[in-house]
Structures are given as structure tokens and as C-alpha cells.
Design a protein around this ligand. Structure first.
Ligand SMILES: [Zn+2]
Length: 126
């Protein structure tokens, strides 16, 4: 087991201190554990990335007047990202995000486009 580095101050601790999931209280006051911080940080970054990109697509679906084909392209890009970073979670991605966007598009688009037309008509009569 290699040394473990404190995330906060960078002090290095002998790997044997972390046997059986033990943690070390660093001199700087930070708890140090062998959680492979690099991996964890990368995984968290990927999750944050996925969430951010999914949010962006949600706003596109809800608020933009991008043609459907462009939104499909955005979804495909994110699907690709998901396949790459979370290969064991692609089914979940389809269930959680893609299915939701499909519903939004089916329900919401008709409504919002209808609303727009109504607004336009009001403006024309006023
Ligand atoms: Zn420290």
C-alpha cells in the first residue's frame, strides 16, 4: 500500500496506518482516509458534469425553441458521455433522463407552442 496524502495540506502518511479502513487525523485537522481521493474526485466530477449537462438539456427542452433534431443531438452526446464514464449506468440514464425528456417534450411542447400562439393572437387583437 502506498502512502496516503492529506487532501487539505498534502502531508503524506504511511499506507499501513490505513489498514482495515482506519482513518488518520492529520496535523492540519483534516481527516485522512484511503479513499483514493483521485478516483473519488474524478467520479464526483463526472457525476456533477452529467447532472450539469442534463440540466442544460432540460432547459433546452423546456425553454428553448431549438429544433427537435438539435435536442436529439444534445441527448445523443450526453448518452455517449454516459456510456464512456458510467458504462454500468446507461440503462439508468435512459430511465431517469431520456424518459423524462421524452415526457416533457410530449406534454410540454404542445402546450408551450399553443401558449405562444395565444399570446400572439392577443397582441394582434390589442
Ligand atoms: Zn493535512
Amino acid at each position: 500500500m502506498g502512502p496516503v496524502t492529506c487532501r487539505s495540506c498534502g502531508r503524506s502518511y504511511d499506507g499501513t496506518l490505513f489498514r482495515e479502513g482506519r482513518v488518520v487525523l492529520c496535523e492540519c485537522g483534516e481527516w485522512v482516509e484511503r479513499a483514493r481521493p483521485e478516483d473519488v474526485r474524478r467520479a464526483l466530477g463526472d457525476v456533477a458534469d452529467l447532472a450539469r449537462r442534463a440540466d442544460r438539456i432540460t432547459s433546452l427542452v423546456l425553454y428553448s425553441d431549438l429544433p427537435e433534431i438539435d435536442i436529439d443531438i444534445e441527448i445523443e452526446k450526453l448518452r455517449e458521455f454516459c456510456r464512456e464514464r458510467f458504462p454500468d449506468r446507461t440503462a439508468l440514464f435512459e430511465m431517469v433522463y431520456v424518459a423524462r425528456w421524452r415526457r416533457m417534450r410530449e406534454q410540454g411542447w404542445a402546450r408551450s407552442r399553443g401558449d405562444e400562439r395565444t399570446c400572439g393572437d392577443d397582441a394582434a387583437t390589442a
